[in-house]
Ligand binder design. Structure first.
Ligand code: BDP
Length: 326
């Protein structure tokens, strides 16, 4: 009897095990981080990339997204990817300067003439060269995503001219260019990680920050910094990168599939971006937030000329090449 029972138990275990699908050979779960929540253009595009990979490989490759700053800020995420602890991350080019300095050309205030100019530069030779340079820093550059233009918001006064920036403590991304940019406009630039920003504004550590409409809206920054003016002083693209350490262990076919899915994710993000930018502005206006759009940008452009000169000097050739793209 005892013997029979254990036989049954054994067969149950065997049956149970047979019903648990074994991970297919060469299975790959790509862990990818983003500071934004799901439903944001960048996270949705990466989720789409995961669906594509899943379909193409019959479930062998998938992406698990760590969204909403679950893994902290972007500097830390990049480090994790360099180490191979995280396979992928989507970050702003704003924090990539320490890895490939030339990316800082894209971080200069009033650098790109228009969204169209930015697309032509990043999608052309210059953008590809820079992505390839990331390899020496332990990263495989998979593509550029759109992030529109960044503008000021604060809780002290509406910015109607450059004089209104005077004395404002403005949070910037962690890059000296942005600190000097705000200082050159008369404010006080303070580098703070994105995951600490809401509290920093709420507690008065800073008076405000600068970002694109979707980030301002999605991060609920308007709750603590109600005045938003479209100064559009930066047009910083975003990139998503893969860990070279992990990449080098992948079969060539998987690398190709990831590249192919990346290109489609870029297309998807750009389409989502254009719609989201407008939707964010509409939502803010509907909630009664006044968004100042009729601002004379000339004084802002002139005030930041020394910043472009100082930080652009090292890669003046690249800047000339980018300016010649039309
Ligand atoms: C957002 C970018 C995000 C940055 C954030 C910031 O999408 O990658 O982390 O700005 O200001 O627009 O830190």
């Amino acid at each position: 009897m005892k013997h029979r029972k254990s036989l049954i138990a054994a067969s149950l275990i065997a049956a149970g095990m047979a019903s648990v699908p074994l991970a297919p050979a060469g299975a790959l779960e790509i862990k990818s981080s983003d500071v934004h929540p799901m439903g944001y253009p960048t996270t949705d595009a990466i989720a789409y990339m995961g669906e594509l990979l899943n379909t193409w490989t019959g479930g062998r490759i998938g992406i698990k997204i760590f969204h909403s700053m679950q893994l902290g800020g972007e500097k830390e995420a990049l480090e994790q990817v360099q180490l191979g602890a995280l396979e992928m991350t989507r970050v702003s080019v704003g924090v990539v300067g320490p890895i490939v300095e030339e990316f800082n050309a894209f971080n200069l205030p009033y650098f790109f003439r228009s969204v169209d100019h930015m697309h032509k530069v990043v999608d052309g030779e210059i953008g590809t060269d820079l992505l390839n340079k990331l390899e020496a820093g332990g990263l495989i550059g998979l593509g550029y995503m759109d992030a529109g233009s960044r503008s000021f918001y604060n809780n002290v006064r509406p910015i109607k001219s450059i004089d209104d920036v005077k004395g404002l403590k403005i949070r910037v991304m962690q890059n000296p260019i942005f600190i000097e940019m705000v200082n050159a406009m008369g404010g006080n630039g303070l580098p703070i990680a994105f995951n600490e920003l809401y509290t920093a504004m709420q507690t008065g550590v800073v008076d405000g920050a600068e970002n694109n409409p979707p980030s301002y809206e999605s991060g609920k920054h308007y709750e603590v910094a109600r005045y938003y003016t479209l100064t559009e002083h930066l047009m910083v693209p975003e990139i998503f990168v893969f860990s070279k350490k992990v990449w080098d262990t992948l079969p060539a076919l998987d690398q190709q599939l990831i590249r192919k899915a990346s290109a489609l994710a870029v297309e998807r993000e750009r389409a989502l971006w254009a719609a989201r930018e407008q939707a964010s502005l509409d939502k803010l206006r509907a909630q009664g937030y006044e968004i100042i759009t009729d601002i004379d940008k000339t004084p802002f452009i002139e005030a930041t000329a020394p910043v472009r000169e100082k930080f652009g000097e090292k890669f003046s050739d690249l800047i000339k090449r980018a300016a010649a793209v039309d």
